[in-house]
Design a protein around this ligand. Structure first.
Ligand SMILES: Nc1nc2c(c(=O)[nH]1)N[C@H]1C(S)=C(S)[C@@H](COP(=O)(O)OP(=O)(O)OC[C@H]3O[C@@H](n4cnc5c(=O)[nH]c(N)nc54)[C@H](O)[C@@H]3O)O[C@H]1N2
Ligand SMILES: Nc1nc2c(c(=O)[nH]1)N[C@H]1C(S)=C(S)[C@@H](COP(=O)(O)OP(=O)(O)OC[C@H]3O[C@@H](n4cnc5c(=O)[nH]c(N)nc54)[C@H](O)[C@@H]3O)O[C@H]1N2
Ligand SMILES: [Mo]
Length: 710
């Protein structure tokens, strides 16, 4: 059998980790008479390297959990109470199809799909589902909850999400880990980083929080949240002023250096020090060290993106390696995401040609607004400030939402609004899930979903350069069905007759891989299934921009971006402050003087795994890290229960008083299931639905709060 082998009566099957993480590990699943008995990291896959993270190491606890949703159900109590009655698949699908037909007869845009990255597989996350909603004429969903700000910012400078090969990190001499916490969120990069250190590299973390990663680095620069753009501009100021640039690289491969020089004059270290909370001396030393060490890599990531100016911050940081010529080396440059190195025929997969009604697009990060009847509209008065936002009535209102691969009641910002929306009696809600999540409690119909061991898929990655296949290793548990299958069945009930609704999962995988993309050459579905993973068609020593070749409109690294100028955005890097800071929102800060960030807890994967016993045991209970100064001025002692609040809402957790959080910043590691906390609330009760400057992404870490002992 493809991708599987028999050994002593045990079968091993090649799979891929489905989770939203850069590492997309190659898995080997051992099966004993139809039951999976072991999930391990593939020894032969270079980045997986034979080990898994704390979560997927115990994937069987997820697959065989007694908490799994095993059959379709319909609501038998008030919304949110979680009272359900078992029904058949036929009844469930007939109910959904009938309701969708009724709504579509009036205006199909009143139906909204809501999905993100519960699984990252191309088939189970963006294939038959997209075809179905396109044909239906449903509203489109702008999937902005995670990466769209950084992707847009990086694109403006570099052209696409392509960067340094993670497999070359061990050869770097300086690694700046900037707004990224690889020990928790990208653990397979960490051994490479440690190898670099053994070879003499210095590791610097730039993070307002002493994360697991920051505490292991040689230096930790604890800047104020959302001020990364200012810091990067000050670094450029010093690098240019002191002539530490690679003039030849700049002349040959970049655009707009003269205007950049002029712009960075405004960002002297003395001006930027109070903005960032980083001393002038540190800024100057960091600039000299960065420009003077070769090869140097910047691992930039999500921390800096989740603020009003997150897109521009990424764009600005992404200018640095071209200034110093760091791209010349395969072990230099920057890594945000490798996703743009892959090519897949997404048109064949998703069939946007089926769209017939020019439907509106709803931003998933403002789902609270959308479900309560509004849409958030951005406009710009000033090209170098965060966009202004206002709420306009949403017409038609959302009257049905179909949630899969996501848990918006827990993970979307401003949950007070989100839940008010989900509580509406005139909203028809379908939730296709593995578990009875906070969101599933609000469903009219709950459908049981398969885990990765039970379905087929193919995967790209955003933290390495291999395509992967996931061969199913066991039969679906209970009556669970894969996403693709449910949409196939619904399409039939809706009377959608196009041939594409009959494609099998493997048909769709073949269509997705059928591409003329040069880096996808030589990757066939049969080989992928057999071998489990195949490296993209890139050289072993991959230095994507050693000789320019940036995928921008000019083919150069764009310090000056005509594309941004045309969108009414500052064409040059500029510091766009967060919306909620003590400096930028002084009136708000009188009431709510602390900046709150809520990055991932080590043992959870967003809200996934946050319901299972071992992971809950490891995380103990929701906490707030607070600096001793901020605690003392509020009479808070270590271990006290504290209430964190602002105008949007509140949640209550236990305080952990330590120097992990810098003064002025509090940290609530996330994402907890609401129904599993003391007060039914989590960090997203206080986060905001405001969007970023580029990419209209969520601004989870742009949040002022006050904290009180309870
Ligand atoms: N274990 C685990 N792994 C995960 C996830 C998970 O939930 N759990 N989630 C996955 C997903 S979906 C994603 S998107 C990635 C996210 O992974 P990362 O890119 O690591 O992102 P975060 O953990 O959100 O933030 C990284 C660090 O940035 C810091 N930070 C916050 N604000 C700022 C800022 O303004 N500037 C700077 N410089 N730093 C800041 C945070 O304190 C944090 O330590 O991880 C993936 N991997
Ligand atoms: N406060 C705060 N909020 C955050 C973040 C943060 O750092 N702080 N991080 C944000 C980020 S980066 C992201 S990416 C989002 C993530 O938000 P989501 O993408 O919603 O991620 P999860 O919370 O992991 O929820 C995914 C759900 O999909 C389900 N699922 C998994 N596989 C399948 C499948 O095959 N079929 C179906 N139907 N369901 C499946 C899982 O059981 C799980 O409940 O959260 C965001 N929210
Ligand atoms: Mo994410």
């Amino acid at each position: 059998m493809e991708g599987s082998q028999m050994n002593n009566g045990l079968k091993t099957v090649r799979g891929a980790c489905p989770h939203d993480c850069p590492d997309t590990c190659a898995l080997v699943v051992t099966v004993d008479q139809g039951r999976a008995v072991k999930v391990a990291g593939a020894e032969d896959h270079p980045t997986t390297n034979g080990f898994l993270c704390t979560k997927v190491n115990r994937y069987l606890e997820r697959t065989y959990s007694p908490q799994r949703v095993l059959h379709p159900m319909k609501r038998a109590g008030e919304k949110g109470k979680g009272i359900f009655k078992r029904i058949s698949w036929d009844e469930a699908l007939d109910t959904i199809a009938a309701k969708f037909k009724e709504i579509a007869a009036n205006d199909p845009q009143a139906i909204l799909p809501y999905s993100y990255a519960g699984t990252m597989g191309l088939i189970q996350s963006e294939s038959m589902d997209r075809r179905f909603f396109h044909k239906l004429g449903a509203s489109l969903l702008d999937r902005t909850i995670c990466a769209s700000a950084g992707a847009a910012g990086y694109k403006a400078t570099i052209g696409a999400s392509i960067g340094t090969d993670p497999e070359r990190f061990n050869e770097a001499k300086l690694i700046i880990i900037w707004g990224s916490n690889p020990i928790t969120s990208n653990v397979h990069l960490w051994p490479k980083i440690l190898e670099a250190r053994r070879n003499g590299a210095k590791l610097i973390a730039i993070d307002p929080y002493r994360s697991l990663t920051a505490e292991k680095c040689d230096e930790h620069i604890a800047l104020l949240p959302g001020t990364d753009g200012a810091l990067a501009l000050a670094l450029m100021h010093v690098i240019i002023k002191e002539g530490l640039v690679d003039r030849d690289y700049i002349d040959t491969y970049t655009l707009g250096f003269e205007s950049l020089c002029e712009r960075v004059l405004e960002y002297s270290p003395s001006r930027v020090a109070p903005i960032t909370g980083v001393s002038e001396e540190t800024i100057i030393r960091l600039a000299r060290e960065y420009a003077g060490t070769k090869p140097a890599i910047i691992r930039l990531n999500y921390g800096m993106q989740r603020h009003a100016g997150g897109g521009m911050a990424v764009r600005t940081v992404a200018c640095l390696p071209a200034l110093t010529g760091a791209w010349r080396s395969a072990a230099g440059g920057a890594l945000l995401s490798t996703s743009g190195t892959f090519g897949a025929n997404t048109d064949a997969l998703q069939r946007p040609d089926l769209i017939w009604n020019n439907p509106r697009t709803i931003n998933m990060s403002a789902i609270g607004d959308a479900l309560t009847g509004y849409q958030r509209v951005q406009s710009r008065e000033d090209i170098s400030h965060a966009p202004l936002e206002k709420l306009e009535p949403l017409d038609p209102p959302v009257s049905a939402i179909y949630v899969y691969n996501s848990n918006p009641a827990a993970i979307a910002p401003d949950s007070g609004k989100v839940l008010a929306g989900f509580k509406r009696d005139n909203l028809f809600t379908v939730v296709h899930e593995i578990f009875q999540t906070d969101t599933a409690d609000y469903a009219d119909i709950v459908l049981p979903a398969t885990t990765q061991l039970e379905h087929f898929d193919i995967h790209r990655a955003y933290g390495h350069l291999y395509m992967l296949a996931n061969n199913p290793s066991i039969e679906p548990i209970g009556e669970a069905k894969p996403n693709s299958e449910v949409f196939r069945l619904l399409a039939e009930r809706m009377g959608f007759e196009d041939d594409c609704f009959k494609d099998s999962d493997e048909d769709m995988a073949r269509q997705a891989l059928d591409t003329t993309h040069p880096r996808m050459q030589g990757i066939s579905l049969d080989d992928l299934k057999e071998r489990g993973w195949i490296r993209l068609n890139v050289p072993e020593i991959f230095a994507p921009f050693a000789e320019g070749n940036f995928p921008t409109p000019s083919g150069k690294c764009e310090f000056f971006s005509e594309t941004l100028a045309k969108q009414g955005i500052d064409p040059l890097p500029v510091y766009i402050p967060p919306r909620e800071t003590v400096i930028d929102a002084p009136e708000l800060a009188v009431k709510y003087p602390l900046a709150m960030i809520s990055p991932p807890a080590h043992n959870f994967l967003n809200s996934s795994f946050a319901n299972l016993p071992s992971f809950l045991k490891a995380e103990k209970e929701p906490r707030l890290d607070i600096h001793p100064q901020d605690a003392a001025s509020r009479g808070i002692n270590d271990g006290d229960r504290v209430r964190i609040f602002n105008e949007r809402g509140a949640f209550t957790v236990k305080a952990r008083v330590s120097e992990k959080a810098r003064p002025g910043v509090v940290v609530a590691l996330s994402v907890w299931w609401k129904k599993l906390t003391h007060d039914g609330c989590n960090a997203n009760d206080v986060t905001s639905q405001a969007l970023t400057d580029l990419g209209a992404a969520a601004t989870f870490y742009d949040t002022l709060v006050e904290v009180r002992r309870v």
